[in-house]
Structures are given as structure tokens and as C-alpha cells.
Design a protein around this ligand. Structure first.
Ligand code: GLV
Ligand code: MN
Ligand code: MN
Length: 426
């Protein structure tokens, strides 16, 4: 990490309004443990989307939806000009935190409102329009894969495929979006994309920094597996006759962890997980017939990731033999370890320095909508600290001061980008 330390800026104007809005937003899908549960396309997601629409329309933005429920709050400054978009996501994990994604959407709309006020007070001439985007289903918990809305926007998935995707109860994305009334036919002429998000790791906090300039993503390979066994009586079936899907799936979970331990180097870490594991028929006296699980491998380095991946597939072949099961690989979701725009990082660094904010460069372990957007248009990704790096947890926390510093920075950056400091008008 490169570290530049400066004093924290004083709280900017509109700080109270931002915090009040953050508090209001966090009441949608609020959980007893202090988090939120608003999985994509649920009533709670719909309520949050409606609240966001009200906030944006109240400030004169026009709100539109595209075919897969991406929500765009549009601020037209230069009729006919392309848009600078800023955004993130308002959906959450089950029992998720209040900050993941939601902070970025709210920071973006507040930055746009502040810019609007500056321009009304006689600021310089903008060259672009501004859009704040709430991308549909970034989390990928109810409908897989994650980063779904931004994947369609960037042409990585087709809208048709996504609309037909079903959740575990058989409800499709199309049905879910229609039930909350957030589907349309809008398309955006995009010139550049900015996103701010909580770090979800501890490097900024450990280094005592307020702002992370994201230089690249980690690579990730996520696989859906089905382990096929044979349903049997747990007491009456002798071991030699068993095809225990749960045994095979458990071996796969352990193998994934051993690969993380074995393939991480000083320079390049490997992180592996199994976040989802469903056993059929999941009954006390029944040997499992089938297990569905999702295995996730990540690394900073493409070659290290490829080696870890090859080992995973070798281990799968061995587990099929040792547990007498068949392991079928289903859908995969893969993205590369790739850099963000260097000129964008320099511009953000300049803005942070001018505001007196401490900053350093970081890499993102987690996927974000900007992971997709950066492959389409010049993109700048910023982080603010997460207390103890806790995330996807009701205890997720970012301090008010850090949230407000991020809004100040995004406002400054947006002002310069809209004036043409990052991308030129085509
Ligand atoms: C986001 O989709 C992630 O997997 O980090
Ligand atoms: Mn997120
Ligand atoms: Mn998340």
C-alpha cells in the first residue's frame, strides 16, 4: 500500500442531511441485530428503491429503470451530452450490514445534489450529465450470479437470461421485478463511472487512512457444484455400499481451505470459501442423495489463481473416487485480476490531497459493480474504512466522519469529472 497522510477535512455542508438520509434508508428491511435484510427484488428492496426514487425526484432528478431493474436517477445538465454515472447497490445479503452498497448510492446522490447546488450558485460549465445508479442484485444471494444488473449493462450477461433466472423457490427475476414495479426500457449513454464503497477489509483502518484509491480487483473463480450420491438408511447401509453426497461435499469444502493454505505466497494470497451448502433430503436417518454448494477461489495473481483452480479440479477427481460420488460442475462466475484507470486514481488522489484527506492505494478482494463497469468505460473506485473489516454482517460499521469524508471526496471528484478532467466529450 502507498500511504499519503494528511489531516482530515472539516465536515462539509450537507453533513446533517446525509446522516439523516442514511438513518432513514437504514430503516428499510432493518433487522433486530442492527443490520438490514433486503435481498434483490424482495418487498424490502422495493421499499428502499421507492424511498431512493422519492429522494432523487425531490431534488429534481428523473428516475428511470432499464430492462433488468437497474435504477437511474438522472440529472440533466447539458441536454444531449453523455452521462457520468456514479453508483452502487441498495440490495443486501440476508442479515447484511447497513453500509455495503447503500452507502455508495447515497453518497453518490448527495454528491450530485451538492454539485447541482454549486452549479446553481454559479460554478463552472459542466460538459456532461450526471446519473446516480442503483444496480440491481449486486449481492447475488437470492438470484445468482452477483453483480447481475451491471453485468447486463456491460454486455456480460443477456437481459433475457437474467430475467429467466429463478431463486430457490422458483420465482424469476422478471416476476420479482414486476412485483416491485421497477422494470423499464431505459438505456444510458455512459462516458465514465465512479463508485464509492466501504472497504469490507481492514487495510485502511490498520494504516490509519480515510480513503482507499482502488488500483485493481482480485481475480475470482466461483463455481456451483452438485455432488450426486445415493439416498440410503444411515444405520442399515454398510459403509462399503454408501454413496454419501454429504461426505463428498464436505471433502470439497475442506479441500478448498487446504488449497488457500497451500497456494498462498508472501506476495500473492489465495482466499477460498464455500458460502452456500444445501443438503438433500437433509433428514436425520438418511444418507444424503445430493448436495449443492458454491466454491469461491480468489487471488491477486492470475497465475496463482489458475494453479489453485487446477488443484481444485484435481482434488474433485480424487474426491469422486474416495467418497464414491459424482461431482457435477454447474454455472460459473469468473472475473480477472484487473487494474482500474491510472489517470482516474491520480485525479482522485489530487482531490483527496486538496481536501486534506489521508489516502492510500488498495486492491479490492470483493466484487463490485465497478468490477464490471471498468471493462466498459473509464472507472474510478474509492473506499472508506470498515471498522475491523467486518462485512456481510449486521455489525458492519463505518464511522460518520469517514462516510462524510467520502461524500466530500466524491463531490469534489464529480465536479472535476463533469468539467472534463477525466474523460473528454466525444
Ligand atoms: C461480490 O459479488 C463478491 O463475490 O465479492
Ligand atoms: Mn457491495
Ligand atoms: Mn456485499
Amino acid at each position: 500500500m502507498t500511504i499519503t497522510t494528511r489531516q482530515q477535512a472539516p465536515l462539509g455542508s450537507g453533513a446533517g442531511a446525509f446522516l439523516a438520509d442514511f438513518h432513514s434508508m437504514s430503516t428499510f428491511g432493518a433487522t433486530a441485530g442492527g443490520g438490514v435484510d433486503r435481498q434483490a427484488g424482495t418487498a424490502e428492496d422495493g421499499q428502499t428503491r421507492n424511498w431512493f426514487r422519492g429522494l432523487a425526484e425531490g431534488h429534481g432528478f428523473e428516475v428511470r429503470y432499464d430492462a433488468v431493474g437497474n435504477q437511474f436517477a438522472l440529472l440533466e445538465l447539458v441536454p444531449g451530452a453523455p452521462y457520468i454515472a456514479m453508483g452502487s447497490h441498495l440490495d443486501s445479503q440476508p442479515l447484511g450490514g447497513r453500509f455495503d452498497g447503500a452507502y455508495g448510492v447515497l453518497a453518490a446522490v448527495h454528491a450530485a445534489i451538492r454539485l447541482q447546488q454549486r452549479l446553481a450558485a454559479g460554478g463552472s460549465a459542466p460538459q456532461f450529465n450526471v446519473a446516480v445508479v442503483n444496480w440491481f442484485n449486486e449481492e447475488g444471494c437470492r438470484f445468482k450470479p452477483s453483480m447481475m444488473g451491471s453485468a447486463v449493462f456491460t454486455g456480460k450477461l443477456s437481459a433475457e437470461h437474467v430475467l429467466e433466472t429463478v431463486d430457490p423457490r422458483g420465482t424469476s427475476v422478471r416476476e420479482a421485478l414486476e412485483s416491485i414495479g421497477t422494470i423499464g426500457d431505459f438505456s444510458l449513454d455512459l462516458a465514465a463511472y465512479l463508485e464509492i464503497h466501504i472497504e469490507q477489509g481492514r487495510s485502511l483502518e490498520d494504516a490509519g487512512l480515510t480513503i482507499g484509491l482502488v488500483e485493481s480487483t482480485w481475480g475470482a473463480n466461483k463455481y456451483e457444484f452438485t455432488v450426486h450420491g445415493e439416498q440410503a438408511h444411515t444405520g442399515a447401509t454398510i459403509i462399503a455400499d454408501r454413496h454419501d453426497a454429504l461426505l463428498g461435499a464436505s471433502a470439497l469444502v475442506v479441500a478448498a481451505r487446504e488449497i488457500a493454505d497451500g497456494f498462498s505466497t508472501e506476495e500473492h494470497a489465495v482466499i477460498t470459501s464455500c458460502g452456500e451448502f444445501t443438503v438433500y433430503p437433509n433428514s436425520p436417518v438418511v444418507v444424503a442423495s445430493r448436495v449443492e454448494l458454491l466454491v469461491d477461489l480468489r487471488s491477486t495473481d492470475a497465475e496463482v489463481l489458475a494453479a489453485a483452480d487446477a488443484e481444485l479440479h484435481r482434488r474433485i477427481a480424487a474426491i469422486q473416487q474416495s467418497a464414491a460420488v459424482r461431482i457435477e460442475q454447474g454455472a460459473q462466475h469468473v472475473w480477472g485480476a484487473k487494474a482500474y484507470d491510472k489517470a482516474g486514481m491520480s485525479l482522485a488522489a489530487e482531490c483527496a490531497a486538496d481536501l486534506g484527506l489521508s489516502y492510500g492505494t488498495v486492491r479490492t478482494l470483493a466484487g463490485h459493480d465497478s468490477t464490471n463497469l471498468k471493462d466498459l468505460v473509464p472507472t474510478i473506485m474509492l473506499f472508506v474504512p470498515s471498522v475491523e473489516g467486518i462485512s456481510h454482517n449486521e455489525k458492519e460499521l463505518t464511522s460518520d466522519d469517514d462516510m462524510l469524508a467520502g461524500v466530500d471526496l466524491l463531490t469534489e471528484l464529480l465536479g472535476r469529472v463533469v468539467e472534463g478532467a477525466f474523460v473528454a466529450v466525444p
